[in-house]
Design a protein around this ligand. Structure first.
Ligand code: ADP
Ligand code: MG
Length: 230
């Protein structure tokens, strides 16, 4: 059977984002289009405040666009009910933030298991999958540590394991190395690229790091409300 490689996995058409209304309205972008093919690795760069996080949150169904349409894996994300959106977010996309956002009172293993548990999966299913991913990111010796006992790089690896535990199609990362020193950042980059292959992901990574961006299939610049090839 031929692979359906020519259908974009992510298709955003005419999306706009405005925060607030009236005199306090902040118009971030409008009429923005983006198509990402299955398996592609995209870097998004742009100055601070240009709307990179806003765009990523919309693509990951963490936020709604003010107007426009988002389709991911055939789902019209805007048309989903809140419950369906939550389900979609949990299953189809994995999100990595600049700051790991792990739950401080839980261990690395529990944090990595969390999306599966929230989705109603049994611990005996969630545990081996989370362990497998923690091993993949080189943290098998830290599974019982809490975030406060981990370095920034280690915490970010747990966050990556957590983002992947549900086998998402799409990985969205918002300046995942922005908070780390160079060397640690490089090891996180290497990991992002390695899981992109091993987990058959489509990756969209917001980054200031030119080396990371250069390793991607395409680099897009978001500036002045426009998204252009860079
Ligand atoms: P970037 O990630 O590129 O730095 P953001 O997407 O975070 O940019 O922000 C884009 C613009 O939208 C900024 O001017 C920011 O102040 C504004 N903004 C972001 N989130 C909100 C919000 N919740 N309410 C109002 N304005 C916001
Ligand atoms: Mg941002």
């Amino acid at each position: 059977m031929p692979e359906a490689v020519n259908i974009p996995l992510v298709r955003a058409s005419g999306i706009a984002k405005t925060y607030g209304s009236g005199e306090r309205a902040v118009r971030v972008f409008e009429n923005l289009d983006l198509e990402v093919m299955s398996g592609e690795r995209i870097a998004i760069v742009g100055p601070s405040g240009s709307g990179k996080s806003s765009l990523l949150h919309i693509l990951g169904a963490l936020d709604r666009p003010t107007s426009g349409r988002i389709e991911i894996d055939g789902d019209d994300v805007a048309a989903l009910s809140d419950a369906e959106r939550a389900r979609f977010r949990n299953r189809t996309v994995g999100f990595v933030y600049q700051f790991h956002r792990l739950l401080p009172e839980f261990t690395a293993l529990e944090n990595a298991m969390m999306p599966l548990l929230v989705a109603g999966q049994k611990a005996r299913v969630a545990r081996p999958r989370a362990l497998e991913l923690l091993e993949r990111v080189g943290l098998e010796k830290r599974v019982d540590h809490r975030p406060g006992e981990l370095s920034g790089g280690e915490a970010q690896r747990v966050a990556l394991a957590r983002a992947l535990v549900q086998r998402p199609r799409v990985l969205l990362a918002d300046e995942p190395t922005g908070n780390l020193d160079h060397r640690t950042g490089d090891s996180i980059h290497a990991m992002l690229h390695s899981v992109h292959e091993s987990e058959a992901l489509t990756s969209i990574i917001v980054t200031h790091n030119e080396r990371l961006a250069a390793l991607c299939d395409r680099v897009l610049l978001l500036d002045d409300g426009r998204l252009v090839a860079s």
